[in-house]
Design a protein around this ligand. Structure first.
Ligand code: FMN
Length: 384
């Protein structure tokens, strides 16, 4: 395998094998209808399957209706939502990609505006449009920031219901055909808000010390793992650091990852921030290429769990180096995939792996290789 770039080596995870290490990171589209996916999602995600990615994540999907970030976020709290997901999953599978889904609950950050309407809590301008607010929930009655609604503190009965709803959504995800489940434990949403001492001030067994704050995450993971067949991998997205020093730290993440590995998580997806502001806001790491890679590296090295690196990874050489150095096992890209949905296929060419369009869909590869043999493309410097 020495001639194959690391980025294009398959990865075996339980019963699945990915065609490469390129993962399309979950990306909210705020375009679902009462939690149902439509043609937009099929085309949005389908283009990444045609574009050669190994794993494609459907965006944060709510396990309860009240767990949506916005009115436009999808769900799997009802059986009627399965067919929309099924179309996405089946299309990905038919085109060589592994369909994956991120399940979550927005917690304190539910009842928000779609980003293009402001990205804050719903306000009068949204009510005028028919987007009415609902009361967010959280570990404690602490709002995300000034001006945000005070969440209702979840009771232990609510927590039991939540865990059951993660299980029910997992079953629906499997029915739809997804082959990887990820628990959204990052970006200030519900699971993360239980982990962080900045948002969790509970005095019962779901708060207090690290073990107490980790309890919700571990209970969800245990319940979901028990629901999954052995051959289906489970990922967990973490905000590896909150940013503020009195918040969740990288050391805490290492402890969490070690525990999650013991109870059946296969990959830690290492993001950061978001505890007090919009999705990934309020970190203190400088935004620079690969700024979250050190988190994936440390978690991998200290716990032995597989990791996924994400965040400002845009260049194939950069991705290849991360894998070669053993900093992560998978490379997730989000915004760069919006720039170039065929990023994986272009990366293969860039790394000298696929010079004859062999990994392109047959519908286009055949033509492109023929064109390559027979024509010279327009050169603005020499042609008229
Ligand atoms: C449009 C958009 C929507 C996003 N939605 C989600 C989401 O549903 N769940 C999540 O964990 N992260 C979400 N993210 C964060 C990305 O998955 C990713 O972690 C982040 O954009 C950094 O990667 P990048 O630099 O390659 O864009 C979103 C990002 C974008 C750009």
């Amino acid at each position: 395998m020495t001639d194959i770039p690391n980025l294009f080596r398959p990865l075996e995870l339980r019963g699945i094998e990915t065609r490469n290490r390129v993962v399309i990171s979950p990306m909210c589209q705020y375009s679902a209808h009462e939690g149902h996916l439509d043609d937009w999602h099929l085309v949005h995600l389908g283009r990444f399957a045609i574009g050669g990615a190994g794993i494609i994540f459907t965006e944060a999907t709510a396990v309860q209706k009240s767990g949506r970030i916005t009115h436009g976020c999808p769900g799997l709290w009802a059986d009627s939502q399965i067919p929309g997901h099924s179309r996405v999953a089946q299309f990905a599978l038919r085109n060589g990609a592994i369909p994956a889904i991120q399940l979550g609950h927005a917690g304190r950050k539910s009842s928000m505006q779609r980003p293009w309407f402001g990205n804050g809590p719903l306000d009068q301008s949204d009510f005028n449009r028919g987007d009415m607010p609902w009361r967010p929930v959280g570990p404690s009655g602490i709002p995300v920031a000034d001006g945000w609604p005070v969440p209702r503190e979840l009771s232990v009965a609510d927590i039991c219901q939540l865990v059951d709803d993660f299980v029910a959504a997992t079953k629906r995800a499997l029915q739809a055909g997804y082959k990887i489940i990820e628990i959204h434990g990052a970006h200030g949403y519900l699971v993360h808000s239980f982990l962080s001492p900045l948002s969790n001030r509970r005095t019962d067994s779901y708060g207090g010390d690290l073990r107490g704050r980790m309890r919700l995450a571990t209970e969800i993971v245990e319940a979901v793992r028990a629901t999954l067949p052995d051959d289906i991998p489970l990922f967990f997205r973490t905000s590896a650091v909150d940013g503020p020093l009195d918040g969740w730290t990288l050391e805490d993440t290492v402890v969490l990852a070690a525990r999650l590995r013991e109870i059946g998580v296969d990959v830690m997806d290492c993001s950061s921030s978001g505890i007090s502001g919009a999705a990934t806001a309020s970190g203190n790491s400088k935004r620079q290429p690969g700024f979250q890679v050190p988190y994936a590296e440390r978690v991998r090295k200290e716990t032995g769990i597989k990791t996924m690196a994400v965040g400002l990874i845009t260049h194939p050489v950069q991705a290849e180096k991360i894998l070669k150095r053993g900093q992560a096992d998978l490379i997730a890209i989000a915004r760069e995939a919006l720039v170039d949905p065929m990023w994986a296929l272009h990366a293969a060419r860039e790394l000298g792996y696929d010079t004859d369009f062999a990994s392109w869909p047959k519908q286009s590869g055949w033509w492109l290789v023929a064109r390559q043999k027979t024509s010279e493309l327009y050169d603005p410097d020499s042609a008229g």
